[in-house]
Structure formats: C-alpha cells, structure tokens
Design a protein around this ligand. Structure first.
Ligand code: SF4
Ligand code: SF4
Length: 442
C-alpha cells in the first residue's frame, strides 16, 4: 500500500488528550517527537515559518547519523522552546494533518512537550510571572503603582536589572499599564432594540481580555462606540478571568482549566441568552473558539461559548452582510498598512478586518500576512528577543514600504512590536477598531 502525499480531506483536529497518564509519559512523548521530527525532516516545508524548524534541521545536520535518530533526546527541548504555538504550521503548511494517516499536529505536540516540562517543575519564575497577565495587570494598574511601573519599564538601569535578574530583554518596549481599567470605565449601552440578523445575533457581550482591560482600554471603548453607533445593544461580561492562553503557552494546563471554570459558566449563560461574545484580542478569541473545545470536547458549555464567540470584525462584516451595519464613513484614512496576526489567520474566516477597512472611502489598505514574531510573551524574553526581531524584519519592511499614514494589527501586541521594529517614521499606530471609530467620525 502506498501513502498518499498530502490529504484530500478537510483538516480535522483531535481533542487534546491532556488528562491521560500517557500524555505526560516522557518516553512516550519522546517516541512521538522522534516520529514527527522524522516526518518533518523528510518534508521541510515549514523551514521559513519560525525558528523551531531550522533548529530541528540544524540538530539533524549535527547528528552523527545525519538523521533524527542521531539527535540526543535531551536536545528535543531546544526545538520545543523555539515554538510559540502560533499554529501556522498546522493551519497553512502541513499536508499530513489528520485525517492523513501520519497524523501530524506539530503545535499540539509542542504543547504536550511544554506540559511535560511544566509538570516536571522545569519552568522559570520569569515564565510563570509573565503568563500571569491578570494578576500582573491587577497589581500594576493600582493608582500610584501604575506610575512607578510605567516609569521603571522605561528606565534603562531598571531594564538592565530586569534583563539580568528576570530575563526580560532590556530593549523590548513594554506596554504601559492604565489605572483607568476598561472594565471599571466602560460605558456599554444596552438601550437599543435587539435586531437579530440572518447570520448575527442582535446583541453583544464584550469579553474585555487582560490586555484591553489593563494596557489599552481605548480599544475596548472604541469597540463599544462602534456598537452604539450601529445601535447594537451591548454589555460588558459581568465577571471574567484571563482566557488562559498565556498559561497554555507555558504548558500549565491545570491553570487553563481553572480559568475555564471561572469564565465558561458566565459566558455560556450569555451564549444561551443569545448574545454574540466579542473579544478584541485574536489569541483570546482563538482560545475560546479552538483550544478550550479541544481540551474539553465533551463540555456543552464550552461548545456553546465557542459557537457564540466572534472576532469583532467577523461580527461587523457579517452584520454588514445582514444589512445592519452603517457604512457612511466621514473620515478617510489614506494609506493603511495592515498586519494580519497568526492567531487571526488560523481562525479561518478570511480577512474581515481588511474587508471593513476597504469600505472606507479614500482609503487604501496594504495587507501583510506574515508572522511578526512577537508571539505573546515569547518575544519579551531575553533569549528570544533577537530572534523575535529577526522573524519580524520582513514584516517591518513590508509594513513601512508604502509610506503609510497608519500601521495597524488586530493583535495590539504585534502592533507595538511592528512599531518598535520600524522605529520612528510618520505613520501612526492604531488598532483597526480605533481606525473604524475614527472613520465613523466618533
Ligand atoms: S506552531 Fe508556530 S512557532 Fe510552533 S512550530 Fe508551528 S509555525 Fe513554528
Ligand atoms: S509540520 Fe508538516 S509541513 Fe511542516 S515540516 Fe512538519 S511535516 Fe512538513
């Protein structure tokens, strides 16, 4: 029997078997890593996606057999550490994903390896700290503390100290914290009549996200303004915790489960009441749409939330198709250089942000669809900062080539990273929701 080169069926994804003992068995993990690494060595399609694959192929080249079987097992971790779980190899390149019999799910294998590492306690204080976005945000946004934290994050001597002691690279521009947190200053308006569309619920619940709540509340306020302008009743989710993505990336799956238990009951009630749930951070949306359903495949509440969860532009463009979105824009934007982040691409819904931006008169949109290389907390770490800037270099060039008026990414963290990579220039960095708010003249 021959093995078909690539699958003709639509890709599927197996649930993550994270509660089984085998999942954490290091020998079984190493067997699976060797099997998949060997397939990748023979394929090499992903060589330019990130630094995990070049690391693997370097290890093959250095091995005495020039094959995967010659790589010492303890070196496998060097590949795992380079993976920041962007999912691009699974979603855009790999012909051997299920239902193909080779059953390659490279990101989830890396996730399993990270979970094994976490369970063995081989995770640094820095990594635990950086992934505690909610706790960090709560602390750093306390009035007075916030000024100290923001000043310290800009002070070269403090940053050198943080680099040496914590492993947070001194040159990474860190986002500021805001004491006027989104959740305590948000003014949602639920007074409008609910108009369900053919494809869209007529009322919206906004899941704030840690980043919008503590770092850039303006993005959340802009989303609420856009909803109100379109007479869509909105509320802010009454109670929320971090979506769990930073803990997932760390391999701390028990913490993901704890956060899921805090969020899902509240969100499931909203889903069943007919709300569309919107989050303005693609990684958080992906967490609810994809990762939690794969971790909890039999949980009806998780499935209900996944069904109700929308990227804001996915919702707004569907609303437009339902004939229920205002499309009179008062303010042209000129040239917009727009970046599609990986965690939005893997949601498989097309370029909804670009579609909406292109409806604005006298606005040209240049779209860049490549990994920018920041990837959550990965690009903040001292040992990965240089690689993060290197991965981003083609994006920085493509984004600035058109001499834009605005640079923009749905991922606010990627937007900051791109701004840092471009360095100076005339272009303003604005989130796409802010651009829509400006274009509406709000
Ligand atoms: S998930 Fe992303 S970072 Fe990880 S191996 Fe695949 S492409 Fe590279
Ligand atoms: S993940 Fe798939 S496409 Fe990428 S190198 Fe491995 S086998 Fe090839």
């Amino acid at each position: 029997m021959t093995t078909r080169e690539g699958s003709l069926e639509a890709p599927t994804r197996h649930p993550l078997n994270w509660k089984s003992a085998d999942f954490y068995d290091e020998n079984k993990l190493n067997e699976e890593l060797e099997r998949v690494f060997d397939i990748c060595h023979g394929c090499r399609r992903c060589v330019n996606l990130c630094t995990a694959f070049p690391k693997l192929f370097d290890l093959v080249d250095e091995s005495p057999t020039l094959e995967v079987d010659g790589i010492p097992k303890e070196k496998y971790r060097e590949v795992v550490d380079q993976c920041y779980l962007c999912d691009m190899c699974y979603m855009t390149k790999c012909p051997y994903v299920p239902p193909h019999e080779w059953n390659v799910d490279f990101p989830h294998l890396m996730l399993r390896a990270k979970a094994v590492k976490f369970r063995k306690g081989e995770v640094s204080f820095r990594d635990k700290l950086l992934s505690s976005t909610d706790a960090l945000g709560k602390l750093a946004s306390i009035p007075v503390v916030v000024q100290m934290v923001n000043a310290a994050n800009k002070a070269a001597p403090v940053r050198s100290l943080m680099d040496g002691m914590l492993g947070i690279h001194k040159d990474r521009v860190l986002p500021e914290y805001d004491s006027a947190k989104f959740r305590s200053t948000a003014r949602p308006d639920d007074s409008f009549e609910v108009k369900d569309g053919k494809t869209t619920p007529g009322k919206v619940a906004v899941f704030s996200t840690c980043y919008v709540n503590y770092n850039e509340p303006g993005i959340g306020h802009d989303l609420l303004k856009i909803l109100a302008h379109n007479e869509i009743p909105s509320i802010v989710v009454a109670k929320e915790a971090c979506c769990g993505m930073p803990k997932l990336e760390l391999g701390d799956l028990a913490a993901v489960a704890r956060n899921k238990d805090l969020n899902i009951p509240v969100l499931a009630n909203l889903a069943r009441e007919g709300y569309a749930i919107l989050t303005a951070v693609p990684s958080c949306t992906l967490m609810f749409k994809q990762e939690l359903p794969l971790m909890f495949p039999d949980d009806a509440d998780v499935a209900a939330v996944a069904e109700a969860m929308y990227d804001p532009f996915e919702y707004l463009v569907s609303r437009h198709k339902d004939g229920l979105l205002k499309n009179e824009f008062k303010q042209p934007l000129g040239k917009v250089s727009y970046h599609v982040p990986c965690h939005l691409r893997v949601q498989n819904m097309g370029q909804k942000t670009r579609e909406l931006l292109e409806m604005i008169p006298q606005t040209t949109v240049t779209t860049v669809e490549r990994c920018a290389g920041h990837d959550g907390t990965w690009g903040v770490k001292s040992e990965f900062f240089e690689q993060s800037m290197k991965i981003g270099r083609p994006v920085f060039r493509l984004m600035s080539d058109s001499n834009p008026d605005y640079i923009s990414s749905d991922c606010a963290i990627a937007g900051r990273h791109i701004q840092q990579g471009i360095g100076g220039g005339e272009a303003q960095k604005q989130h796409p929701l802010t651009l829509i708010r400006i274009a509406y003249g709000l």
